[in-house]
Design a protein around this ligand. Structure first.
Ligand code: S3P
Length: 173
């Protein structure tokens, strides 16, 4: 097992929050949800921040929330789907721990999310076409930061978490 945090990255609906809880439990580590942490410090939900101040303001708060983890005990961290968009975040992820990419298709992600009203980048957009193009634009970024990539389509969260726990021991640092 490597020191530092275990970061779960991947598209909205890839199962990061659920899988993070299971991995944290298995490793006996705290579980942190970056969107929840950001919501606690800003007093607003990501959807409210997007609506009131726009995506750039949200990304700024997301970077700050990520950087605050430098002082936290080694945790399993479920990141928001867009954390990889900013280069400084990608560098922070690599510097502070191991990165696990949960891969999902746009169709499966939308099916899992169901009501997209809490996902401003999907709400009011063209559904599967918008999700596909956003996922395509991010795929290389997820891959570039990942120490481990795990397929999630057709698998339950427990199976995904078990694979992560067994493969984390292989991650060189
Ligand atoms: C976002 C994903 C969301 C949230 C925000 C932006 C994105 O988190 O951070 O709505 O840009 O993909 P989840 O991936 O947990 O849904």
């Amino acid at each position: 097992m490597t020191p530092g945090h275990v970061f779960l990255v991947g598209f909205m609906g890839s199962g990061k929050s659920t899988v993070a809880r299971l991995v944290a439990e298995a490793l006996g580590r705290p579980c942190v949800d970056l969107d929840d942490a950001l919501e606690r410090t800003s007093g607003r939900t990501p959807a409210e921040i997007f609506a009131e101040d726009g995506e750039d303001a949200f990304r700024m708060l997301e970077t700050e929330a990520l950087e605050r983890l430098v002082d936290a005990p080694a945790s399993v961290v479920a990141c928001g789907g867009g954390v990889v968009v900013r280069p400084e975040n990608r560098a922070t992820l690599k510097r502070m721990g191991s990165v696990v990419y949960l891969r999902v298709t746009a169709g499966e992600a939308l099916a899992r999310i169901g009501d997209v009203s809490t996902r401003p980048l999907l709400a009011g957009s063209g559904g599967v076409i918008a999700a596909t193009s956003l996922l395509q634009a991010r795929e290389a970024l997820y891959t570039s930061v990942a120490d481990i990539t795990v397929e999630t389509v057709g698998r339950d969260a427990r199976a995904v978490a078990d694979e992560i726990v067994s493969r984390l021991v292989e991650v060189p640092r």
